[in-house]
Design a protein. Structure first.
Length: 549
């Protein structure tokens, strides 16, 4: 149990928060009895602290008597997140991923809890899969709740700053709860900067635990603070997976579960492009659909359970062969030595090269449509460029909050590149307006986007459409620049792999390619997961033939 400086915070007096989203279920007596076999009863006095913002390796706390206030540490009074009572349990997905807690839990009154250590949760899940799944679902839901109420870290900066955008994107892509405070419009920003003796030109800044300030930190510094980045391994790994999209995550799960020492790197975040999808409805086993973020978080938890180690950001910048071992060079100077390397770096969305892009991209152009972007666009008109599934999912998702959504496609057949179920949904959405046979040729605005100029591809006629945000989802290019001619690529830059008997191995022994980065692959989440699973069998065969197992 943690009892650091947050113990001086007084628990606010508020009634219990209703569980409207399923994030805080109330356990049954039978479930509490089962958990009691793995934990210990503890008595906590009023205003006692169960865990603090920034703590790691916390217990799972089940409330047996009393109430607990969950707060965010801020300047002055703590900011209340929720209040919970009898038979509810505390914690979120950070408990399973190794990240710190993003809130503080304080006894609102004299309290009796059941404290279940983290390392016992595996045994709980093995004995009662239903309870284990209920805990996991609640943890994932809580992360969404925290993001929705802007809990966690605070970022203060200008919406027109490229560095502010970088930090916000990094937090959003890694599903880290945070609160964005805009210097341009938020009256609270100046007061916080004065209180913390921060000059406006020193922004963007990240405030952690209400007092610790990082001035324009790099992604690596921020990731180290919140526990996303593991230290490089000194010995040779059985398998290093470069890229943590669906293919890389599947390789991590199957490799680690079959006893391979497994290290996973990603330059930005786990989940890849799939994690930016608000709702995936055609993935096997999820008839009601699942968000890409939830799918990614579940896969990370699963891989970590079997011993896989994640390092984000882990930016691979080179691949060499040294004394028969593959060496992955990392930006920053670290190296990783591996018996085998699985390339799962996927692809990145293409940039739209039009007039006005250079000046307006930092403030108003996006390459994903997540909850973070949806909140920024609430009530405003937005434009999406693209005709594939990613564009369709973005249109349906953004239409829930945006004032209107213009979907610009180069042809007149929405069904050509988009799954039929999704195209049907786009056409039925009242706020979505499909603009066929059109292209964006100009962005209009000074410091922020005011409108886009469309050109009709049949008539050449131009039309100005009001919009405050542009979403560019126009296909992808492979992320293979870093390979620097070490691995053969096709004429489009995708990795070439071998014949059917070694279909996922490249010409470099022990180096494999899976998912979107592989030449000839099917660009779908399910096929990427399949290749990530299959490659582990080929890794085993390679290690056996090389006498390394």
């Amino acid at each position: 149990m943690q009892t650091n400086s947050s113990s001086e915070i007084t628990a606010p007096e508020h009634p219990e928060t209703p569980d409207v989203l399923g994030a805080y279920p109330r356990l049954t007596d039978e479930q509490v009895m089962l958990l009691s076999r793995f934990g210990k009863r503890r008595e906590i006095p009023r205003n006692g602290v169960l865990f603090c913002e920034g703590d790691r390796d916390c217990d799972l706390f089940v409330i047996l008597e009393g109430k607990v206030a969950v707060v965010q540490e801020a300047d002055g009074e703590p900011r209340l997140i929720a209040v919970h009572g009898l038979r509810r349990f505390l914690g979120d997905v950070s408990l399973l991923t190794g990240q710190p807690a993003y809130s503080t839990a304080i006894a609102q009154e004299d309290l009796t809890v059941l404290a279940v250590p983290f390392d016992k949760l595996k045994e709980v899940a093995a004995e009662s899969p239903g309870l284990g799944d209920q805990i996991l679902r609640a943890f994932l839901s809580r992360r969404s709740v925290q993001s929705g109420i802007s809990g966690g870290l605070r970022i203060i900066g200008s919406r027109f700053s490229a560095e502010s955008r970088r930090l916000r994107d990094f937090m959003s892509r890694n599903r880290v709860p945070h609160r964005w405070i805009d210097l341009e419009i938020d009256t609270e920003a100046e007061a916080i900067l004065v209180r913390l003796n921060i000059a406006p030109e020193e922004t963007p800044v990240v405030i952690w635990k209400g007092r610790d300030v990082l001035r324009n930190p790099s992604n690596t510094e921020l990731a180290t603070l919140i526990g996303l980045r593991a230290a490089p391994s000194r010995g040779a790994q059985d398998m290093v997976v470069v890229g943590a999209g669906p293919a890389g995550l599947a390789a991590a799960v199957y490799g680690a579960s079959e006893g391979l020492s497994t290290m996973v790197l990603d330059a930005v975040a786990t989940g890849g492009q799939a994690a930016t999808s608000a709702h995936i409805e055609n993935y096997l086993g999820f008839p009601a659909g699942i968000s890409g973020a939830d799918l990614a978080d579940r896969a990370v938890i699963q891989a970590r359970k079997f011993g896989a180690v994640f390092s984000v950001p882990g930016d691979a910048c080179g691949l060499d062969l040294v004394d028969g071992y593959n060496v992955v060079r990392l930006a920053g100077g670290d190296d990783l030595t591996a018996h085998t390397v699985v390339l799962a770096t996927g692809a990145r969305y293409r940039r739209l090269e039009v007039s006005g892009m250079d000046g307006l991209e930092p403030a108003s152009v996006y390459y994903a449509a997540t909850e973070n972007e949806a909140r920024l666009c609430r009530g405003d008109p937005v434009t999406i460029v693209g005709g594939g599934n990613s564009a369709g999912q973005a249109a349906v998702f953004l239409a829930r909050q945006a004032g209107s959504v213009n979907l610009v496609i180069l042809h007149d057949d929405l069904y050509r590149d988009m799954s039929r179920y999704l195209a049907d949904r786009v056409l039925k959405a009242p706020r979505v307006h499909v603009r066929p046979n059109a292209e964006v040729i100009e962005l209009v605005g000074d410091t922020a986007l005011d409108a886009v100029v469309l050109r009709d591809l049949r008539t050449g006629q131009r039309r100005t459409v009001e919009t405050t945000a542009l979403f560019v989802l126009i296909g992808s290019v492979p992320h293979t620049d870093w390979l620097a001619k070490q691995i053969p690529l096709d004429d489009r830059g995708f990795v070439l792999t071998g014949p059917a008997t070694e279909m996922l191995m490249t010409s470099r022994p022990g180096v494999f390619a899976v998912g979107d980065v592989r030449s000839g692959s099917v660009k779908r989440v399910a096929s990427a997961v399949g290749e990530g699973a299959i490659v582990v069998r080929q890794v085993h065969d390679f290690l056996a033939d090389a006498g390394r197992r």
